[in-house]
Design a binder for this molecule. Structure first.
Ligand code: ZN
Length: 332
């Protein structure tokens, strides 16, 4: 049995830990925490239920959110320690960056299965990322590697939540698509998009552009083309650095599928160094969609943070069978 619950991040005096506690308690109660403990013991003589948490931003190896450009209220929060105190020993927590989790999930169970050099890009509120280089997840010195969205592409660009200017995610995230469309609407170049958004340009989001483009609206198509060129610009930079065999696009915008990926592929070659002298990197949608972060957090929790390739054997040794193609129960 798999369960999914969604809650707003936080606000109105609630902290990120309050929200996570509610989510964890809700899921544990839905499964029946007692049964879960029994099952955990059966498959691996565990005293607690492995529970994974993925959070946007700089999350260190101790599960502290050091800095979250799109979630500043969480800055400095020792999520792992606080949540563990509240939930007690019924759970064994694993806390990591959400895009790292999603990339790990795509590697072990998704579009990047079995590959060695992969760039994973999550297009959502911001842009998260994970890099698989030569068969290993790139972690960096402080577990902060692959903050792809904060690659600066225009030093004189708009202010970013990270304190700098012109970061890639200001141009190529799901939010950025909404902003592009908002500007187009104010200039009278997004009639259908604005209509789908309920008539108010301020309410326009990326999904409204995708919907209009899906209906072959030319104005929406033009907005998507502009957006795709920004996505492709960053992907070209990443290809120059990592020479990946595959680029996986995840995050909320991955739900748009070919409506977004098609224009991105069309632009990509013009941003690829040495195009014609190297293989053109394949660009594919994330197999796990925008659930990859949760799935990967669960998988990493179950394997106690070991690398995805080793994760399969960790799961198999616990269950005595082949790894399952879905996340273990109880992990969020
Ligand atoms: Zn930034």
């Amino acid at each position: 049995m798999l369960l999914e619950q969604r809650l707003a991040t936080f606000g109105r005096g609630r902290s990120i830990v309050d929200t996570l506690e509610e989510l964890c308690r809700g899921l544990l109660a839905a499964f029946g925490a007692t049964d879960l403990r029994d099952e955990a013991k059966e498959v691996g003589e565990l005293a607690s239920v492995p529970t994974g948490v993925g959070i946007a931003g700089l999350v260190d190896g101790a599960g502290v959110v050091r800095f979250a450009p799109n979630l500043h209220a969480a800055d400095g929060t020792p999520v792992k320690t606080m949540l563990q105190e509240r939930l007690g020993d019924a759970v064994e927590l694993y806390v990591d960056n959400d895009a790292t989790c999603a990339g790990a999930a795509e590697w072990s169970h998704g579009s990047a299965l079995g590959l060695r050099d992969v760039v994973f890009v999550a297009l959502g509120t911001g842009i998260g990322g994970a890099i698989l280089a030569d068969g290993r997840l790139l972690r960096g010195e402080s577990n902060f590697a692959a903050e792809l969205g904060h690659m600066v592409i225009d030093p004189s660009g708009p202010d970013c939540g990270c304190g700098r200017r012109g970061c890639w995610e200001l141009y190529a995230s799901g939010s950025a698509l909404g902003r592009l469309a908002h500007a187009a609407a104010l200039a009278g170049r997004a009639t259908l998009v604005q209509e789908i958004a309920g008539g108010d340009p301020a309410g326009i989001r990326g999904e409204h552009v995708v919907e209009a483009a899906g209906a072959h609206d030319r104005e929406a198509g033009a907005i998507l083309e502009e957006f795709a060129s920004f996505v492709a610009l960053g992907l070209g930079n990443l290809a120059s650095i990592f020479d990946p065999e595959l680029i996986v696009i995840g995050g909320g915008l991955s739900r748009a599928g070919e409506t977004v990926l098609g224009p991105v592929r069309d632009c990509f070659v013009s941003h690829l160094e040495g195009h014609g002298y190297r293989p053109t990197t394949t660009i594919a949608a994330a197999a796990l969609g925008d659930r990859g972060g949760a799935v990967g957090a669960a998988l990493l929790a179950a394997s106690r943070g070991s690398e995805p390739r080793a994760m399969g054997s960790a799961l198999a040794s616990r269950s005595g069978e082949e790894p399952r193609s879905h996340p273990p129960r109880g992990a969020s």
